[in-house]
Design a protein around this ligand. Structure first.
Ligand SMILES: [Ca+2]
Length: 409
């Protein structure tokens, strides 16, 4: 117990010694665990707005999942404030299933956008006022030698910046900013860190690729007073963006810790590292389980969505087939009924003609017979009788057709 307690005690002493007059800027910071749940029933981070595909888990914020064409942001609701200098340490994990092909990366923003402003620069509008640090995991062929794994951009909002504009961009190439999840040695503690040391006139960006407290300077930007508006920090907010395109990755952030002093930022990084090493085993297991479960759930949801899409496609096809079949059956039935009607018409006509002729013949015969006997007034009532016979016959014929129609149809 004693050997483990000594370094921790030393760190506490160092932190206490360095933290005199230096504080964390809470409104600009966040760190796991994220236990607050909003009215929508989803986890939330107080003071931050999650948009797009961002999914807040208990132990990390997933800006994008390892799927194509995703875009997620997390934006601070309040400006940093009027500080002379700040340090900011972002702890993140870029990981995925792709062995060689993956993208696009994470952007850390300190801009005067009130909220995330969508655009084409890693998800955000390139016409920003402020600072952007882009962690770019995919080397676009068209950018050639202008690609940087970490690119530092400063803009006064007058022009829209796109990657590849600058022949000699500020930034650095760093190995190991991305982890392959299928490796047997992958763990959720495979993380990376980015540190911004900013004062009124200068920005230094450092990278600790494997979160082993080995910081490398990535780039420095001077003359910020000339390049950014006066009192920039007073109105500037931190934001994060994650994007995937044809290629994808899980883009997770674990914490952003902003202090009002550079020394605090440096000391805190040591403390953070030691804390990671001595982190409770149970917490490790919980984080690991959550990471695995998130991945399994996402895969399941994706499969279900695909199945549902196929199901609705099949349904559409069945509907079209049903329609075609019904149309065919209907037109065949119609033809058959028409034919039958015509046949019946002809048959009835023949029958009626036959009957009429027979009655006519009988009448003639009767008339001949009676003519021999009497030429008296019997013809008129007989004529009416014939009319009645015809009327009844005609009514019978129509009734018969109606019956046939209603039974056939
Ligand atoms: Ca890229």
């Amino acid at each position: 117990m004693i050997p483990r307690a000594i370094p921790l005690l030393l760190i506490v002493i160092v932190v206490l010694a360095a933290s005199v007059g230096a504080d964390i800027i809470e409104s600009a910071s966040f760190t796991a665990p994220f236990d607050d749940v909003g009215s929508s029933g989803k986890r939330m981070i107080e003071g931050w707005t999650a948009s797009g595909d961002t999914d807040i888990k208990q132990n990390f914020v997933r800006l994008t999942t390892d799927r194509q064409s995703k875009r997620g942001t997390l934006w601070s609701k309040s400006p940093v404030g009027a500080f002379k200098e700040i340090s900011a340490i972002l702890t993140f994990r870029i990981s995925g299933q792709g062995k060689k092909l993956f993208g696009d990366g994470i952007g850390l923003w300190l801009t005067q956008f009130n909220r995330q402003q969508q655009g084409n620069l890693h998800g955000i509008d390139g016409k920003f006022v402020g600072i952007s640090v882009i962690i770019d995991t995919f080397k676009n062929v068209e950018h050639g030698g202008k690609h940087r794994d970490v690119t530092i951009l400063v803009n006064n909002g007058e022009e829209e910046i796109t990657i590849g504009d600058d022949e000699n961009p500020i930034g650095c190439n760093v190995d190991g900013l991305r982890y392959h999840e299928d490796r047997d040695d992958f763990s959720v503690f495979n993380t990376s860190r980015l540190r911004l040391l900013l004062n009124e006139n200068r920005l230094i960006v450092e990278v600790d690729a494997k979160n082993t407290n080995e910081w490398q300077t990535c780039g420095t930007v001077s003359n910020l007073k000339k390049r950014l508006p006066k009192g920039f920090l007073e109105k500037a907010r931190f934001g994060l963006s994650g994007t995937t395109g044809q290629l994808a990755d899980n883009h997770d952030v674990l914490s952003l810790l902003v202090h009002d002093s550079h020394s605090e930022g440096k000391v805190f990084s040591v403390q953070q590292h030691e804390e990671n090493e001595s982190v409770d085993e149970l917490q490790k297991i919980v984080h690991d389980l959550e990471h695995k479960l998130t991945s399994i759930t996402e895969k399941l949801q994706n499969t279900i969505e695909k199945l549902q899409q196929q199901e609705s496609l099949v349904e559409d096809r069945v509907k079209v087939l049903e329609g075609t079949l019904l149309d065919g059956v209907n037109s065949k039935m119609e033809k058959r009924i028409n034919n039958l009607e015509k046949q019946l018409d002809r048959k009835m006509q023949r029958q009626v003609n036959k009957q009429a002729k027979r009655i006519n013949d009988d009448m003639d015969a009767l008339r001949d017979g009676f003519d021999g006997i009497d030429n008296g007034g019997w013809k008129t009532p007989f004529f009416f009788l014939i009319l009645i016979v015809f009327a009844v016959g005609f009514w019978g014929y129509r009734h018969y057709r109606k019956l046939i129609k209603s039974h056939l149809l």
